[in-house]
Write a protein that binds this ligand. Structure first.
Ligand code: NAP
Length: 309
């Protein structure tokens, strides 16, 4: 029987692990398929307090990981695939094995969204990706495109200018939703060419199954054209990783878990932190904050359990 299991090892999960470990709860962190969460696939983080010159996302996450380990957190690469809260103890399926725990913190984050076009699955890794940091360097001196108009699209476009000959920023509207500072950087960069009011309708692969071009449609004029690109970088937001809890915990229409008092789920002993429940802020620092709250509430819950035992 575990005292605390934490699902997810992004900013929220690792902060929960630091707090739970420092409270001597010996937490077990199930890291899942994307250890480190979204920060591990990003570049310079300029708005995490305490780093006036910014810090690389992967470095920030590794530092948090070390900090949690130092206080006794344990880590496993298993992914939560199922959850059962119907008995006295909470049961969590980690890959194929059921584990029992007194408290459970869900910090499973969110995963990159794709467009749902034909051949998408086949092209991921063959000129279709959601991670410029991971794959950008493979596309030197060739044209690429980024789809989206938020901060991620801005950040990925800027990063890709280091490698690509040209970066087309394809956005479905004529205004970005990215922060002003990021927009200014995008517009000042001569290598980036925004293509407004436009959606990708088809991926075009070559005979080896590698991305060769995208088919575009202007949503105002309905005009269609083909744009040669060697890679498409998707930056159209994320979907919460909440599948194991469907029908068991409250979630909204977009599958974000619903919490009360910041991190409480409807199930006693189950707490929720970070992007899996956050459809508004989605920042590293807000995820860390809710991870802290979840661990503190789990600790309080466990001491109440003990005092009633
Ligand atoms: P986001 O802000 O939700 O932006 C998603 C973008 O993709 C929007 O421009 C949206 O268009 C577009 N989009 C969504 N679905 C689409 C579809 N099916 N087809 C075409 N376009 C679609 O997501 P994000 O950029 O990943 O950012 C998420 C959060 O992380 C934000 O709060 C952001 O501030 C934060 N973030 C911050 C930084 C930073 O501070 N450096 C970096 C990355 C992310 P519309 O605009 O028309 O809705």
């Amino acid at each position: 029987m575990e005292k605390v299991i934490i699902a997810g090892s992004g900013c929220a999960g690792l902060t929960a692990a630091i707090y739970a470990a420092r409270a001597n709860l010996n937490p077990l962190v199930l890291e899942g398929r994307q250890p480190g969460g979204q920060l591990s696939t990003t570049t310079l983080v300029e708005n995490y307090p305490g780093f006036p010159d910014g810090i690389d996302g992967p470095e920030l996450i590794l530092t948090m990981h070390r900090q949690a380990e130092k206080f006794g957190a344990r880590f496993s690469y298993a992914e939560v695939t199922d959850f059962d809260g119907s008995n006295k103890h909470i049961r969590v399926k980690a890959d194929d094995e059921w584990l029992e725990t007194q408290a459970f913190i869900i910090a499973s984050g969110a995963s990159a969204r794709y467009l749902g076009l034909e051949d998408e699955e086949k092209l991921i890794g063959h000129g279709l990706t959601s991670c410029a940091t991971c794959d950008g360097a493979f596309y030197k001196n060739v044209p690429v495109c980024v789809v989206g108009g938020g901060d991620s699209a801005a950040e990925e476009s800027l990063f890709l200018t280091r490698f690509a000959s040209k970066v087309y920023l394809i956005h479905r509207r004529d205004k970005m939703r990215a922060s002003i500072i990021m927009q200014e950087r995008v517009f000042a960069n001569k290598k980036i060419e925004p293509i407004w009011n436009t959606v990708v309708t088809k991926y075009v692969a070559d005979e080896k199954g590698e991305m060769r071009a995208v088919r575009l449609r202007n949503v105002k004029t309905n005009e269609e054209r083909e744009l040669p690109v060697a890679c498409v970088f998707m930056a159209i937001g994320h979907d919460p990783n909440s599948k194991p809890y469907r029908g068991k915990l409250d979630m909204d229409g977009d599958s974000y878990l619903i919490t009360k008092n910041l991190v409480e789920s409807k199930h006693p002993g189950v707490f929720v932190a970070g992007d899996v429940a956050d459809r508004i802020y989605k920042q590293a620092v807000t995820a860390a904050g809710s991870g802290c709250a979840a661990a503190m509430d789990a600790e309080k819950y466990l001491s109440e359990l003990e005092s009633h035992a």
